[in-house]
Design a protein around this ligand. Structure first.
Ligand code: XMP
Length: 511
């Protein structure tokens, strides 16, 4: 790939992803690597610039992340942000200490503007600070770039114009002139060309896939979700029918889901082997009520079914997965959490002796970028806009024993809830909504007759990434309609309750 690239080294900041996004928003390609990535691996990417992210540590903590001498002397322009500034200051012989006047959040700074990083900026501006430690003494030969009104050293430039450091966060919206600073770093300091374009990038990704896989065959487990669909369509457009997809119906899908997903895939020209393994899954789950056991059984059965089919398809060397950046990065809480969640969903649990090589074309991207790529590839909205759905499917929403009959009840209730949200125009603004069938029966009265039937819980949440969530405040008038429709139209249900638990303390799924 000939694109100008800026590497963001991740020191664990909650804003690391944001830095990479802001750079891409300026049409410069950016990739995140863990802070301790070996120098050769960084240099192999021929970066035009390096950004050191912030991070929660103190540079004085035992084993605190640092920076290699080789990188400092590489001649590649480096911009350290917050912890990144402290790392640079310490490495270059400055003094870093816990500040006397901690500035946390909004601060006003004066920019000393006779340098390329601050060109075109106001003299004073609002910035966002977020760390206790501060640089108290600049490294020798460094010049002061900015100072806060509380007297904090807010930025410095190293001798030679290759090292730049800021105590505040230019990537957050609260830093009023942050975008200008990042632009100056990219275009004046690093001399990057703004040549990152999602459309062209999609083409270069296809080229990469072709180069990597040569004439070899690829298999992919499709789930109907956004990530695997985008990965499959991208790869299929790159290599044609050397890609074979497998869509396993585990019998735990939502109402009409298998048909809808298959229809969508046919329209997308994907070669899909459909396996109806519903019976096999239900048989394996018979009598099981413990959530963890359910998950394990579903995961294992999936692998066995997938292996059987992969063998029949035969000759595949590569296993395509829709892994995204949050699943990949090992430093930082987000990646860790997401990776664990994905084990069931992607076929990440496949035994090593399958000897398939992993193909993960989306591994540097975020969900919204993947959705944008999906749009470029011509994937319809009904796939791209779908709510996340867990690998174990309705298995973890049908609490208690999973039977065909109870799954049918749950499907009907769930379809009513989702249909109502679509009708009310709420589906797209909600992260995820679904019904849970409870292992409880309650007494009711319908048509003067006593009933003793099951209860359904409505779960709808707002979230950014699913790691935390709040319950969605749906208009009670709509909830009322949904509850009445479920009791009237779904045999075996006489009570509907609403889940108003956030995450934490709850999780989004009930099991
Ligand atoms: P929780 O329930 O952990 O869910 O708050 C967070 C997000 O992850 C989805 N989820 C899963 N996705 N395989 C998946 O692919 C799983 O086993 C799994 N469990 C939960 C959940 O739907 C929510 O979006």
């Amino acid at each position: 790939m000939l694109l100008d690239t800026v590497i963001v080294l991740d020191y664990g900041s909650q804003y690391t992803q944001l830095i990479a996004r802001r750079i891409r928003e300026q049409k410069v390609y950016s990739e995140i690597l863990p802070w301790d990535t070996p120098l050769e691996k960084i240099l192999a990417k021929s970066p035009k610039g390096i950004v050191l992210s912030g991070g929660p540590n103190s540079v004085h903590a035992p084993g605190a992340p640092g920076i290699s001498e080789g990188l400092l002397n590489s001649g590649i322009p480096i911009l350290g942000i917050c912890y990144g500034m402290q790392v640079l200051a310490k490495a270059l012989g400055g003094t870093v200490e816990r500040g006397k006047t901690a500035e946390y959040g909004r601060a006003t700074v004066t920019f000393y503007r006779n340098n390329p990083l601050f060109e075109g900026l106001s003299e004073t501006s609002t910035v966002w600070m977020s760390h206790w430690d501060q640089v108290l003494k600049l490294p020798e030969g460094a010049s002061l770039l900015a100072e806060s009104h509380e007297g904090v050293l807010a930025g410095f430039a190293g001798e030679g114009g290759k090292i730049w450091a800021l105590q505040f966060h230019p990537e957050v919206v609260h830093t009023r002139e942050g975008v200008s600073i990042l632009r100056n770093f990219l275009f004046s300091v690093c001399a990057c060309k703004p040549d990152w374009d999602l459309g062209e990038f999609v083409e270069s990704m296809k080229e990469d896939i072709r180069e990597k896989t040569g004439e070899q065959r690829i298999i992919c487990g499709l789930s109907g979700g956004v990530d695997s669909s985008v990965a499959a369509v991208l790869t299929s457009q790159a290599v044609g029918d050397r890609l074979e997809c497998i869509f396993v119906n585990n019998g735990l899908l939502r109402q009409n889901e298998a048909e809808e997903v298959l229809e969508a895939y046919t329209a997308l020209d994907l070669k899909v082997h459909y396996v109806d393994a519903g019976e096999r899954f239900l048989e394996a789950l018979r009598g099981v009520t413990d959530p963890e056991r359910k998950r394990k059984i579903i995961g294992e059965t999936f692998i066995r079914v997938f292996e059987d089919i992969a063998e029949k398809v035969g000759g595949a060397v590569w296993l395509l997965q829709g892994t995204l950046y949050p699943d990949v990065i090992e430093s930082g809480h987000q990646g860790k959490g997401a990776a664990v969640i994905k084990t069931h969903h992607n076929v990440g649990g496949l035994p090593e002796d399958m000897e398939l090589r992993l193909l993960e074309p989306l591994r540097d991207l975020f969900k919204d970028e993947v959705r944008a790529i999906g749009k470029i590839l011509g994937i319809p909205r009904n796939i791209l806009g779908r709510h996340p759905f867990p690998g174990p499917g309705l298995g973890v929403r049908c609490l208690g024993e999973i039977t065909q009959e109870r799954l049918e009840t749950l499907r009907k209730a769930d379809a009513i809830f989702l249909e109502s949200l679509r009708q009310e125009g709420l589906y797209d603004s909600i992260w995820q909504a679904f019904c849970v069938l409870l292992p409880v029966r309650t007494v009711g009265v319908m048509g003067d007759i006593r009933t003793y039937a099951e209860a359904v819980a409505l779960r709808a949440v707002e979230a950014q990434d699913g790691m935390t969530a709040d319950w969605a405040r749906i208009d009670p008038v709509i909830l009322d309609k949904v509850a009445r429709r479920i009791c009237n139209e779904v045999p075996g249900v006489n009570r509907v309750v609403l889940d108003i638990t956030g995450k934490p303390p709850g999780t989004i799924e009930w099991e």
